[in-house]
Design a protein around this ligand. Sequence first.
Ligand code: FE2
Length: 199
Amino acid sequence: MSFTLPELPYAYDALQPYMSRETLEFHHDKHHAAYVNTGNNLLKGTEFEGKSVEEVVKGSYGKNQALFNNAGQHYNHIHFWKWMKPNGGGAIPGKLEQQIASDLGGVDKFKEDFIQAGVGQFGSGWAWLAVKDGKLAIMKTPNGENPLVHGAQPILGVDVWEHSYYIDYRNRRPDYLKAFLENLVNWEHVEEMYEAAGK
Ligand SMILES: [Fe+2]
């Protein structure tokens, strides 16, 4: 099995004005496609050929940096597209909201800390909501890393590489993160991943 670029689950202009057609065209068709193509070239002849994306990510971490970078970014972007939807944001589904209240001090505190994780990630990387040791945790990682290689299961992540926001927000990363939470997150998908992480 090799890596395959998934289609976006919505039209390129469906997330406007919070994420433009131009951003999605570059981000999906150029950046994600490059991780898939480079990853496939690097997979050839390695012990990871035929493994799932998750297995390649975990297996290559600390062993094959170039492959890990591309496999990690492939995994991260597969989910990033699904963590957004048109008319996203809004209320967090009840069970997940209760867990956020008990593990992270409530929805407002979660949003504040999640944005701070994204703002505080120096340079390129990601901010995450993940399940670790049965509890929700906010994490941040550099470059293509993700919670999978830190003993946690990501259930929501936001790309803070400049390619994700510079066309629409220029250097205003905090505004991008706020718009992501308030107008783009597909909470039903986050809830599905939360339910799956508990099994
Ligand atoms: Fe990206």
